[in-house]
Design a protein around this ligand. Sequence first.
Ligand SMILES: [Fe+2]
Length: 501
Amino acid sequence: MTLQRRTFLIGGLASAGVVLAGSTAATAVAYPFTLGVASGEPAADGFVIWTRLAPSPLNADGLGGMTSADAAVEWQVATDANFTQIAASGTVAATQAWAHSVHVTLTGLQPGREYWYRFRALGHISQVGRARTAPAVGSSPALTMLFTSCSHYEAGYFTAYRRMAEENPDLILHLGDYIYEGGAGSGVRTHQPSGEITSLANYRVRHALYKRDVDLQAAHAAAPWLVVWDDHEVENNYANLVRADNSPAGGDFAARRAAAYKAYYEHMPLRSAQAPSGSNLQLYRRLRWGSLATFHMLDTRQYRDDQACGDGTKLCPAADDPGRTLTGAAQESWLLDGLGQRLGTWDFLGQQVFFAQKLAAADGSKSMDSWDGYTANRGRIQAGWQARGNTPVVLTGDVHRHWASNIMDNYATQNKVIGTELVTTSVTSSGDGNAAETGTSSLNPHVKFYKNQRGYVRTVTTPAQMTVDFRVLDKVTVRDYPIKTAQSYVIQAGTPGLQAP
Ligand SMILES: [Fe+2]
C-alpha cells in the first residue's frame, strides 16, 4: 500500500513536471485550491471542469486573498488517475472579475467513459477530480445517479455528501438550496459572514465557506454534477424580483439577485452559456444521457409570479388562476417541446418545489410556494406530456423530507397515474429529524412515502426500469454516521408510478 501510494505521488508529480514544464515558477503563495475542484454538465464529448483560486477564502472582500492580477491556471484531463495518459490539457486565465474562478469546457473526449482532471496554479497542484462523459446517443448503459438538496451549513455536518462520494455515482444532481443566505444562527457550526448576505462580496464568502467543507469537496471530486438553484441561493421564497419579506430592510433587490446569481455561477461547474447577464441567468437547460435518459433541469424561481394570497399554506382560490405561472411561458413551452422529443427512454425533470398535489387540510389548504400555488401551469404541463405520450419522473428538493408520489391526471378523482415524483430530503436542513414521524395522509392517496431524516436519493436506471433507494442518516449533528436505505421502489419504463421492488 505504501509503495503504491509513493508510486502514485512520484508518477503524478513527474507527469506534471513534464507536461507542465515552463509554467509559472513556484512562488511563496499559499495553497490556492482551498475550495476543491468540480466537474459538471456532462455531454458525450466532454464536460466542464471548475476550480477557484482562493488562498484566503474567507477574506471579507470576497476576493479570496488574490490580487487584481490575472493568474494562469493550467489544467489536465487524463484517462487514468495517475495522469500517465493525458487526453487534453491547456491554460486558462483566472480573473478577478470572476473571483479567480475558472470554467473549462472540454470537448473532443470519448463518450461514456471516466476521466480524471486537475489544475496547477501559483506553484501548487490541485486535488484530483473524477468526471465522466455521457454515453453516446444510441447506447444506454446503466446510470447510477444520486440527487439531493438543501445543505444548510449550520444545521449539520455534510456526511451525506461524503456518503454520496462513496457510492461512486456516474452523476449527482443538486436541486437547490446549495447555500443559505441567513446570518449566523445556532447549530453545529456558524455562518460567515455573520449577517444575512446581500452583497457580491458576502455571497462569495458564503459560497467559499460551504466549499471549504471536505465532505462537499469529496462529492464534487467524485462525479460530475448537474445543479439548479432554489430560493436560498438568493433569499428565502423570493419570486422573480419580488422579495418574500423586507429583512434586511431596503436595498435594491435586482442588484442583490444579480450578485447572488453571479456568485452562484462563479462557484458552480456550469457552462459559459450559464454566465449571468445583468440580474438574469439562464439556468434551465437540457442534457442527454445517451439514449437512456434526458434531464430537463428547471428554474422555478427566476420567472415565477409572486406566491398567491401572501404565500404560506392556506386555502387560496387565486392559486388556480389560469394566468399564473411558476415556470414563465418561455420555459413552459421549452419543457413541453423537450418532453415531445422523446430523446431517450426516460425523461427526468430536475426541479425544486413539490410537484404533485399535497393537501394540508380537508378544506383544500395547500402550499402557495409549490406547484399547488400555480395549478394551471402544472395542469398545462401534465396535459402536455400526456398529449406527447410521455410519462416523466419528476425529481424534487426543497421540503427537507423524503417523499414519493404517483402523479395523477386528476387528483380529486385519483383516476390515472401519469408520472412519478421522487422528492429528496436535505443534506442537513432541519437537522437530525425523526425516523418515526409519519407524514402521508388519506387526503393525498397518491402520496406513498414520507421520511423525516437527512440524506439523498440513489437511482439506478436501465432501459427496462429504475430502482430507487431513499438513503438516510440517523444523525447529521454528529459526524460520520453510516448511510442506510429507508425505502426502495421500482419504476418500470413506460409504466408510470411507484412499484414495490
Ligand atoms: Fe431548503
